[in-house]
Design a protein around this ligand. Structure first.
Ligand SMILES: [Zn+2]
Length: 311
């Protein structure tokens, strides 16, 4: 069966009945999502950033499995994974209790406040673009501008959506053909990250616990704890990982990111000990092996934030 095509993401079948929706470059989604067919019910993992991309994801889930989502899972609080949740609110949307609190903390209140917030961001990013000192800064601003412009266009129809908390650190979702385990090992990429394990297929849908080919955002979590979470997930013996950002990966990608995160932890310690300023931190080379990765600004931004020199 050829897979349906959508403008903002590409579908790929990771294992029978497990599809990754990998973000393209239109700005409507910047992170990945997944659809899992359990035989008689369908699970959607993460909801993208915009309503338009989430609407296509809903369509994709229905086209691939013949039914809508019985459950939608939110991996963590970041807006690029939660922004489209309203599209799936005719069935339960769940996350860990801490993630629910963190999402609720992002509530803009009402439409006026939300549009004012977006207009403020748009102005800031336009200024960043106009004042960019190099191509990397300019490209980063252009990308943010692309995303914010789409969000601003959609703002009148946007409904802020908070997931419902699961009990404890995990949840089992059972269908006629398979079972999916949603699991949290606590602090990692953020204070609370949930991933999906599809045991019969050997697939981990990792959310932002895994980034492939992109420098990760580290400063909302704990680099060392995150590396340990990746080790623990590796212990489940998966053969494929759907990352939050980048193409479908494997255990080598997860192991590499674990080493990268331990290096980040050491670099932050060193920066604090040596009292490095923002400029010196900006000159720190990326960990060996990640030289070709996208969004290098995120690496230096994470270091500066963790070392406390970004304010
Ligand atoms: Zn994230």
């Amino acid at each position: 069966m050829s897979l349906p095509e959508y403008p903002h993401f590409t579908l790929t079948e990771v294992a029978p009945g497990v599809w990754a929706a990998l973000a393209g470059d239109t700005g409507a989604c910047i992170s990945n999502a997944a659809v899992i067919d359990l035989g008689d019910r369908t699970l959607v993992f993460d909801t993208f950033q915009t309503v338009r991309a989430a609407g296509d994801l809903r369509h994709a889930a229905e086209a691939l499995t013949g039914r809508g989502a019985a459950l939608t899972v939110i991996s963590h609080w970041h807006g690029d994974h939660t922004g489209g949740a309203q599209v799936f609110d005719d069935a339960p949307i769940v996350a860990t209790a801490r993630t629910c609190e963190l999402v609720a903390g992002e509530d803009p209140g009402d439409l006026d406040a939300y549009t004012a917030e977006l207009d403020g961001y748009l102005e800031t990013v336009r200024n960043q673009r106009d004042g960019a000192e190099d191509d990397a800064q300019r490209e980063r601003a252009e990308r943010n501008l692309q995303v914010l412009t789409l969000l601003r266009e959609e703002a009148p129809g946007f409904r802020f959506t908070v997931p419902a908390p699961i009990d404890g650190d995990g949840m089992s979702f059972e269908g006629s053909e398979r079972r999916v385990e949603m699991v949290s090992y606590g602090v990692g990429h953020t204070e609370s990250d949930l991933f999906a394990h599809v045991p019969d297929a050997g697939v981990i849908v990792a959310g932002d616990l895994l980034w492939v080919g992109h420098h990760p955002r580290v400063n909302d979590g704990d680099a060392l704890a995150w590396a340990a979470v990746l080790d623990r997930i590796g212990g489940l013996g998966p053969s494929a990982y759907v990352p939050g950002h980048g193409p479908v990966g494997g255990k080598a990608d997860a192991d590499y990111l674990g080493g990268y995160l331990r290096t980040v932890h050491e670099l932050v310690d060193e920066a604090i000990t040596l009292g490095l300023d923002a400029e010196a931190i900006g000159a720190i080379p990326v960990p060996a092996g990640s030289e070709a990765w996208g969004s290098v600004g995120r690496f230096h931004g994470s270091l500066a934030s963790l070392a406390g020199t970004d304010s």
